[in-house]
Design a protein around this ligand. Structure first.
Ligand code: NAI
Length: 386
């Protein structure tokens, strides 16, 4: 089949197997260039197939020679449809890792379920004995509980309507978008999906099954961002979930202190991923941020961020944290000079100057690459096995 991108709003419904493989290969090469570190050796990554989770898997495997077990929720190809990018990424990663003598196995299923937790525990026991690191990088739209109740996460404010500039991805115009407040039920549902409850459930299940090494480290990813996006992000429904995640790290540290388990939240940089493209108003901030950070030579993608997490922020097993016990990979994003410039641009930007003031090309390049498109090395006119 000849696979072309089919973009609908902020999602692409096709993925290119060879392009996804290229994406994984480039990330592996980046980590290899950084050199070997004395890091984790047996790592479980929950949400391992795209974005920050995939980068974490690659950084652990190729940065410190770790065996990795990845959990993801991806769709296989059918006769007519390509698989999801995370499916191809996982296949490619396993192929590279195994060829390079690294243990890698994956479980494709709903990470929220008891069943997947049990499958992972069995796999760890059989193949690795125990794990010394657990990375929690889920970005999910919904969570189904054991009794069948479904919680849906929403991207809304928690106070008043919030209106600001928003970039219309279809035609590169800027208009105003209004984000409306969530009901209390919607806030609670978002916390259920994206908060720390399931992270706690995972660590408890792994600890009860005795598959965590003494002193194992667990890290979940979060975002805070600038004041500009606070109404829709940090003080919005998703922010409530992230605050719950931050509190869960504290609870994990208290609950599992006797096992020496250390739980951290790493606050990462805003980046185009499948999860983040869905948030209103935010993509315009991303495109301006990309422009400013690239001009200053400090732009990073997922792999550069996670490379820095392992090399700097967790060097020699000691986590560098702020006064709230948070690892700050958003340190460059939130630099005063960067934010000052982003806000100056934010005030001036409109439909006429958007191409000049924001990195629209960079945004779309990242977007297409997530689905395996736009790599020079791939001939997209060729038939490909999906
Ligand atoms: P992503 O959409 O690229 O990755 C999500 C991962 O979760 C995929 O591996 C997917 O298969 C998996 N997944 C989703 N639902 C699942 C389920 N029910 N069971 C098993 N696996 C499931 O997302 P991204 O952006 O890498 O996000 C990961 C984490 O990083 C999230 O907590 C997000 O809030 C956080 N983060 C993202 C930032 C961004 O700008 N993209 C910035 C800072 C933090």
């Amino acid at each position: 089949m000849i696979v072309e991108p089919k973009v609908r709003g902020f999602i692409c419904t096709t993925a290119h197997p060879l392009g996804c493989k290229e994406n994984v290969k480039l990330q592996i090469e980046y980590i290899k260039k950084q050199g070997i570190i004395n890091g984790p050796k047996k790592v479980l990554i929950i949400g391992a197939s795209t974005g920050y989770g995939l980068a974490s898997r690659i950084a652990a495997a190729y940065g410190s020679g770790a065996s990795t077990i990845g959990v993801m929720y991806e769709k296989e190809a059918t006769e007519k449809r390509t698989a999801t990018p995370g499916w191809y990424n996982t296949q490619a990663f396993e192929e590279y890792a195994i060829k390079d003598g690294l243990y890698a196995t994956s479980i494709n299923g709903d990470a929220f379920s008891r069943d997947v937790k049990e499958q992972v525990i069995t796999r760890v026991k059989e193949d690795l004995g125990k794990v010394d690191m657990v990375i929690y990088s889920l970005a999910a739209p919904r969570r189904t509980m054991e009794d069948g109740t479904v919680y849906q996460s929403v991207l809304k404010t928690t106070e008043d309507n919030y209106t600001n500039k928003s970039w219309n991805l279809r035609d590169n115009t800027i208009s105003e978008a209004t984000v409306i407040p969530a009901t209390e039920d919607e806030v609670n549902a978002t916390v259920k999906v994206m908060g720390g409850e399931d992270w706690m459930d995972w660590i408890k299940a792994l600890s009860d099954a005795d598959v965590l090494e003494q002193g194992a480290v667990t890290i979940a990813y979060s975002y805070i961002g600038p004041k500009l996006t606070y109404p829709i992000y940090y003080n919005g429904t998703i922010g409530m979930a992230k605050k719950h995640l931050h509190e869960s790290a504290e609870r994990l540290n208290q609950t599992f202190a006797n096992k020496g388990i250390k739980a951290y939240v790493s606050v990462n940089k805003a980046l185009v991923t499948q999860a983040s493209s869905a948030i209103p108003i935010v993509p315009l901030y991303f495109a301006i941020l990309y422009k400013v950070m690239k001009e200053k030579g400090i732009h990073e993608g997922c792999i550069e961020q996670i490379g820095r997490l392992f090399h700097e922020k967790l060097a020699n097993g000691i986590a560098q944290v702020d006064e709230h016990n948070l690892i700050r990979l958003d340190d460059y994003e939130l630099k005063e000079d960067i934010q000052k410039e982003v806000f100056e641009i934010w005030d001036r930007i409109n439909s006429d100057n958007i191409l000049e003031l924001a990195d629209i090309k960079g945004y779309w390049d990242d977007f297409y690459r997530m689905f395996g498109f736009g790599f020079d090395q791939i001939d997209y006119t060729q038939d490909v096995e999906i």
